[in-house]
Design a protein around this ligand. Structure first.
Ligand SMILES: Cc1cc2nc3c(=O)[nH]c(=O)nc-3n(C[C@H](O)[C@H](O)[C@H](O)COP(=O)(O)OP(=O)(O)OC[C@H]3O[C@@H](n4cnc5c(N)ncnc54)[C@H](O)[C@@H]3O)c2cc1C
Length: 316
């Protein structure tokens, strides 16, 4: 039944220059190394291919975006419909100088760390924080990613995106509606690129700042583990990790999932964790924090797809 449904889905999709993969495992692509498959994974050849796909695809077929999977927990039953992953054609990085002001054009598929390194080599200061955020520019726009006192809202001039019908749109900073680890831009927009603002700086100083950030992350976060980064957003005036610690959850386990000993707002796949283990552990942490402190933690990690029993989990 499922195989037949998948087959039918592929037949209903438009012809594209990129490629479709049926029943594509997403765990190898996600930082957690857990979770199910995409019913169809679509890698568009370029933005025109993606625009044509969106314009022609039947509107009842759900579409989701997968950046580098550093802030996503894919549930064990996988993601129905088409999951889009941006490839090499979306990794452009170039700089336009206006005097000492730099406008860095970065494709939505470009890895933040590579954009930071590009800026260092081009003598662009002000975007060093990107070395502290795993993920792509598209994911950073959606999440208003930030680290070490800066976030996307501070540096974004504008973004280009496709709407659900494949129509190109330019979004100003105001349109992007950045808030703490969030953007108010419509959820069905697919970011194609961003223009980020920097200024002329000395490569050696930029490199020094980046090295400081890298060392600090290495010391404070379990970045070499299978994790999704910060699990919960910091409630106003509070730090999520402190509340989790206070509720006695440091090191708490469920199946192969564990609350990091090093940074207890990080969940870790110690090996063989299912997405249900990770999500269940997160829910247990929320329950204990609420009981201990009266504060309800909200998920920062986006949990998407179906549970293993096929039930819809909804997106968050
Ligand atoms: C070890 C570790 C440390 C981290 N540290 C930080 C940190 O310091 N600060 C911080 O802010 N975050 C941090 N994160 C979280 C994560 O890196 C960021 O949220 C990142 O911006 C997500 O980018 P991504 O490409 O991996 O997006 P994904 O995780 O793949 O997706 C996240 C969301 O963005 C959407 N999305 C992705 N690409 C696009 C696109 N092109 N158009 C529209 N929507 C899109 C997805 O649909 C999804 O809703 C950390 C994560 C890890 C694993």
């Amino acid at each position: 039944m499922m195989a037949a449904a998948r087959h039918n889905l592929l037949e209903r999709l438009p012809t594209v220059a990129g490629d479709y993969t049926e029943n594509a495992p997403l765990a190898p692509l996600a930082w957690f190394r857990a979770g199910g498959a995409a019913e169809i994974l679509f890698r568009p050849a370029d933005s025109d291919d993606l625009a044509r796909f969106l314009a022609a695809k039947p509107c009842d077929i759900p579409v989701s975006l997968f950046g580098s999977g550093s802030n996503i927990l894919v549930r064990d039953g996988g993601i129905p419909g088409v999951v889009i992953r941006l490839g090499a054609a979306f990794r452009e990085c170039r700089v336009d100088w206006q005097g000492d002001n730099a406008h860095v054009h970065a494709g939505a598929g470009a890895i933040d760390i590579n954009v930071a390194r590009f800026c260092r080599d081009a003598g662009v200061a002000g975007l060093e924080f990107l070395v502290g955020v795993p993920g792509t520019i598209g994911g950073a726009l959606r999440m208003n990613a930030g680290a070490y006192g800066q976030e996307m809202a501070d540096v974004t001039v504008e973004a280009e995106a496709l709407d659900a019908n494949g129509v190109r749109r330019r979004l100003t900073l105001k349109d992007l509606g950045f808030a703490y680890r969030d953007s108010a831009a419509p959820e069905d927009l697919i970011f194609l690129s961003a223009i980020l603002e920097g200024r002329r700086g000395a490569a050696s100083e930029i490199a020094e700042r980046m090295a400081e950030i890298e060392t600090s992350r290495e010391d404070s976060q379990p970045i070499r583990t299978r994790t999704g980064g910060s699990t919960f957003i910091n409630p106003p005036g509070e730090k999520a990790w402190e509340l989790i610690d206070r509720a006695g959850c440091r090191g708490l386990k469920r199946g192969g999932a564990m609350v990091s000993e090093k940074h207890c707002n990080f969940l870790i796949n110690t090996g063989g964790a299912s997405a249900a283990d990770l999500e269940g552990l997160g829910e247990e942490v929320r329950r204990r924090v609420k009981q201990e402190t009266g504060i309800t933690l909200e998920w920062e990690i986006r949990r998407i797809g179906r549970f293993a029993d096929g039930l819809e989990g909804g997106a968050s």
